[in-house]
Design a protein around this ligand. Structure first.
Ligand SMILES: Cc1cc2nc3c(=O)[nH]c(=O)nc-3n(C[C@H](O)[C@H](O)[C@H](O)COP(=O)(O)OP(=O)(O)OC[C@H]3O[C@@H](n4cnc5c(N)ncnc54)[C@H](O)[C@@H]3O)c2cc1C
Length: 589
């Protein structure tokens, strides 16, 4: 079937859906399989439901949903600076796990690469607020690109974690069916139990086999023996031993540092505001700091990927953020379960794995995440209702878990497109522009494979790529004092007495580690940046004890006044002035 034939079929289907869903009178255009919607619609709800229905059309490659509805926010156009600040073979936009994976992979080659990120640090967008699960791919829709790359990425984690010296554990995962798995349906309980106990596990195992994921069936008795706190309502479980956990920000920071060591330039606090295209090819990237000339742009801007594509005249999708909130519990109860787990309930929410009770690589337990469409791409609030929903949803699985031991909650936003799959391909409209968009979950697990795919795209697009002889895949591990044995601790303290001063009591972080973070290849210049690298402030007291101490070290090491120390962004000051207890000489411990 020819392209235009496909387009006209898609268009007919779109018009049918529009008639059915109240989108009469909207403008529909289909070009190369991409559906463009223009006009007005009554509400955001309609905007979402129409976009989602159209996204399901077979052969629809993307949905650009430009429909206006009352209250829709408009993008503010920012001004860039005109002076040239660099030139590069490739500019990567976005310092999340995806941009940094691509930067590190590209640094294998003899190329001038610049990564630009609008935030003050890498790993501050979606990458900061995920659950750190290195999924195997079993939870993804069969046949999707995200499933393929997740399966591949998961298999790459062993090696890449070793090279970058980041924590990675194959903690395993139970996928549990219960007496309530099919409670939604009016079927006799003996039949529902039979399906939950036998049929559902069989289907999962068959999928696993197809994907080459090792998994096996575990009977109820065995599950309860291994996990004594799991609900008595459990009927059976499929065990997935290779399910992994990592630390998403340490991974991203390590990728970025290794990329820098191999020659990549990372420009932070640098927002892309426009892309100059001449004769259908990328010419330069305009940022708030100046202009970078280049012929290749890799768009890994997460929640803002559609806006970056629009700047280049290459928009082929619309991002609609989906919030996910998570509760984090005190490490004291980290041994309550031995593996991560999720309970299956039918019908499943579309494009949502359902969350679960999960381990973190640092020894906490977490519950979540939820899923909710939100209009604002920066809305990482966690509401009372969301917390209630998490308690209701997950306390079921381990009913006697001391759920009042929450130490933190956080939310992240998934960068979903209406086709609900990764969108990784060269632009059909602009030469040199590569989309790496729609990277919702399992983007962390898939990241190494996403980077490989992008390398191949760039090769095919004509970027000359010669492998460097001196590429160094290994990054030196920073000191993590709490992980050392007594002898090692003694030795390191003798070399540098700052490792002998515990600053964060909950997480046993020393002054030496904080100073190292401040002077690292990407200097940690805010409290949150230090927290992500060292865990100072991530423990039970959430920084109540160490915050003023860390702030003092940061001020001392950088020479900035204490009142100017920030939590994260530019003006997020922690202090309004001098307080006696903080600044008295000799009161620093
Ligand atoms: C609640 C939740 C739980 C999740 N759990 C998991 C999980 O357990 N396992 C898993 O595999 N995946 C998980 N994910 C998905 C995973 O977090 C994402 O797929 C991944 O982090 C996406 O990374 P990214 O680099 O594409 O985006 P981001 O991390 O958002 O990075 C994009 C970057 O682009 C920058 N940027 C944007 N606009 C501009 C601009 N104009 N100029 C310059 N820079 C710009 C941003 O500042 C940002 O740093 C989860 C996601 C959520 C929301």
């Amino acid at each position: 079937m020819g392209k235009s034939m496909n387009d006209s079929r898609i268009r007919k289907k779109v018009e049918k859906i529009a008639r059915k869903e109240g989108g009469v009178g909207i403008g529909v255009r289909v070009e190369g399989g991409i559906v463009y919607l223009d006009g007005k619609i009554d509400s955001r709800k309609d905007f979402l439901s129409l976009g989602s229905s159209i996204g399901k059309i077979k052969h629809a490659g993307g949905v650009v949903n430009n429909l206006e509805y009352p209250g829709k926010k408009k993008r503010e156009k920012k001004q860039g600076k005109k002076e040239k600040i660099g030139e590069a073979d490739v500019v990567i936009v976005g310092g999340g796990v995806i941009g940094c994976s691509i930067a590190r992979e590209l640094s294998h080659y003899d190329l001038k690469i610049i990564l630009v990120g609008k935030a003050e640090d890498v790993a501050t967008g979606t990458t900061k607020a995920n659950n750190g699960m290195v999924h195997t791919g079993i939870g993804e829709k069969m046949g999707t690109l995200k499933q393929k790359l997740c399966v591949e990425g998961h298999q790459m984690y062993d090696d890449i974690s070793k090279e970058l010296c980041i924590p990675y554990k194959k903690c395993g995962m139970w996928i549990i069916t219960t007496g309530d798995s099919l409670a939604h349906y009016k079927i006799p309980s003996f039949l529902a139990n039979f399906i939950a106990k036998r049929v559902v596990p069989f289907i999962i195992l068959r999928r696993g086999k197809k994907l080459g994921i090792p998994m096996h069936l575990v009977k109820r008795e065995e599950l309860l023996r291994q996990e004594p706190h799991v609900t008595e309502k459990a009927l059976a479980a499929v065990y997935s031993p290779t399910y992994g956990i990592t630390c998403p920000y340490l991974f991203t920071i390590a990728l970025a540092e290794n990329a820098i060591e191999n020659g990549v330039d990372i420009m932070l606090n640098t927002e892309v505001v426009d892309i100059d295209v001449k004769d259908g090819s990328v010419k330069s990237v305009i940022t708030t700091e100046g202009v970078i000339d280049t012929h290749f742009v890799v768009n890994a801007a997460g929640l803002y990927a559609d806006e970056i594509a629009e700047m280049a005249g290459a928009r082929e999708y619309t991002i609609h953020p989906k919030k996910g909130s998570t509760l984090l519990f005190d490490k004291e109860y980290g041994n309550y379960i031995n593996h991560s787990m999720s309970a299956l309930k039918f019908p499943r929410t579309e494009h949502y794995k359902g969350g679960g009770i999960m381990l973190t690589v640092d020894g906490n337990i977490q519950w979540g995440p939820t899923v909710e469409e939100v209009p604002d791409r920066d809305d990482t609030s966690v509401t009372y209702e969301e917390i209630e929903r998490i308690f209701q949803g997950y306390s079921y699985l381990t009913p006697d878990f001391p759920s009042k031991t929450v130490i933190a909650y956080f939310a992240g936003l998934r960068a979903s497109t209406f086709t609900e799959d990764f969108f990784i391909q060269p632009s059909k409209k602009v030469k040199g522009f590569v989309h790496v968009a729609g990277i919702q979950s399992p983007g962390l697990a898939a990241a190494p494979a996403v980077a490989d795919m992008v390398i191949n795209i760039l090769k095919n697009e004509g970027l000359p790529m010669n492998e460097k002889q001196d590429f160094n895949p290994c990054r030196k591990k920073p000191v993590v004092f709490r992980e050392l044995g007594n002898e090692e601790k003694k030795k390191i303290m003798e070399k540098n007495s700052l490792y002998g001063r515990i600053v964060c009591r909950c997480e046993q972080v020393t002054e030496g580690e904080i100073v190292d973070a401040i002077h690292a290849p990407i200097p940690a210049l805010s409290m949150d940046a230090i927290k992500r690298r060292t865990r100072a402030g991530m423990g039970r007291c959430q920084g109540a004890f160490c915050l003023p101490r860390v702030a003092r070290i940061l001020a001392r090491e950088t020479g900035i006044p204490l009142e100017r120390v920030v939590k994260n962004i530019e003006d997020s000051y922690l202090f309004v002035g001098k307080a006696k207890c903080l600044l008295e000489v000799g009161n620093e411990n």
